[in-house]
Design a protein around this ligand. Structure first.
Ligand SMILES: Nc1ncnc2c1ncn2[C@@H]1O[C@H](COP(=O)(O)OP(=O)(O)OP(=O)(O)O)[C@@H](O)[C@H]1O
Ligand SMILES: [Mg+2]
Length: 361
């Protein structure tokens, strides 16, 4: 029997559900929806997740950001009871995933990385099947399905066969399906990978709206920096199974030395150019991206730009393009991992989205 999760705001149940039996969360103003402590996953000798700890507060949108193979899906699979934990603990909605997996399953909605809706069913049938699976009472089912179709903007498509939907629409259907039993905590594994930019933004907007209108904690994995920056209250950067940084997007960006990033392309830069760029005032780091393109981090964008242009004129080096932006999460990733996330994605997929319109990766 599936419990009634809609009663979670009515006093006693909410208190019992979250943080009970955990001293650390009892004193916090907002209870923790997710508590992961020193979690490890080994496949034979290979450690896919290596001693990771973090808490997610009720109502937060929490991002797990990392390149391919970082361990994001493995973390989600452990938190959602799909694979056993090698060491450490995870408590979801106050329940230990190893000791009370059924209670955890009732409290969560999960959107796995691969698309899993049934292509031969209609949109509405896909939702209804899940609602029945989760024992949503018949009376509530229709209302829940109608509401969710509206939320994900698929009302007009309710009778369409799922195979006729675009990738973005199918993703939206799966998000609706994951919410049909009113879970407290929603896990989404790369919900926007492979979607075109317009569909990606539609999914973000939808998630933000859902978050506003429902009492929901969201844990989302992504390797899109802009997505994490825009959506998440806090972000954990994972790399090679380890948590390397954890904070709000603003604080993460502030933790990187330098406040501006200059992306500049030169036509005929000499061999020692990178070193020369490093010598300019306020520069904290320089990265050569190839093809005469450099990424310069600086504490003072305007001063460094002026000096950079003067130096180029003196040296007879021509500037092909130049842009000055605020520090981004890309810079945060480079700072904490020593690598560019975009390079990792190119290796994995052979293509990557430009970081912003007009800027080639
Ligand atoms: N069943 C398995 N057996 C052996 N190794 C595995 C298994 N599942 C995952 N791995 C390995 O664990 C590491 C983490 O994989 P995981 O799928 O969690 O990464 P990810 O961060 O989700 O990457 P992606 O962005 O590609 O989805 C990878 O090196 C992967 O090859
Ligand atoms: Mg994954």
């Amino acid at each position: 029997m599936i419990a009634d999760f809609n009663s979670r705001n009515n006093g006693a149940e909410a208190g019992a559900g979250f943080g009970s039996g955990n001293g650390a969360s009892a004193s916090a103003a907002v209870p923790n929806a997710i508590e992961v402590e020193r979690i490890v996953k080994k496949y034979g000798d290979f450690t896919a997740v290596n001693d990771v700890s973090f808490d997610v507060k009720e109502g937060e949108i929490f991002g797990l950001l990392g390149p391919n193979g970082a361990g994001k899906s493995t973390l989600i699979r452990m938190m959602t009871t799909l694979i056993p934990i090698t060491a450490g603990t995870a408590r979801i909605a106050g329940h230990d995933v190893q000791k009370e997996p059924d209670a955890v399953r009732r409290a969560i909605g999960v959107i796995p990385q691969a698309l899993t809706s049934d292509l031969d069913l209609t949109v509405e049938e896909n939702l209804n099947i899940y609602a029945k699976l989760y024992d949503v009472p018949a009376k509530k089912r229709k209302q829940a399905v109608d509401e969710l179709l509206e939320v994900v903007d698929l009302t007009k498509w309710r009778n369409a066969q799922t195979k006729t939907l675009s990738g973005g629409m199918r993703r939206r259907l799966e998000i609706a399906r994951g919410l049909v039993h009113s879970p407290r905590i929603f896990f989404l594994d790369e919900p926007t990978t492979g979607l075109d930019p317009v569909s990606r933004v539609a999914v973000w907007e939808m998630l933000t709206n859902i978050k506003k209108n429902r009492q929901l904690t969201i844990l989302i994995t992504t390797h899109y920096m802009d997505e994490a920056d825009r959506l998440c209250d806090r972000i954990a950067i994972v790399d090679h199974g380890k948590l390397v940084a954890l904070d709000s997007p603003v604080a993460l960006k502030a933790s990187v030395p330098g406040t501006n990033v200059i992306e500049v392309q030169f036509d005929n830069a000499p061999a020692d150019w990178e070193e020369k760029l490093r010598g300019l005032s306020d520069v904290t780091s320089v990265q050569h991206l190839g093809a005469g393109m450099y990424r310069v981090l600086t504490g003072n964008g305007s001063r460094t730009t002026t000096e950079l242009v003067e130096m180029s004129v003196e040296a007879g080096v021509s500037v092909k393009s130049l842009s000055v932006q605020n520090t981004t999460l890309d810079d945060v990733f480079v700072h904490y991992t020593g690598r560019q996330l975009r390079d990792e994605l190119v290796k994995a997929y052979g293509f990557v989205m430009p970081p912003s319109p007009g800027v080639q990766p």
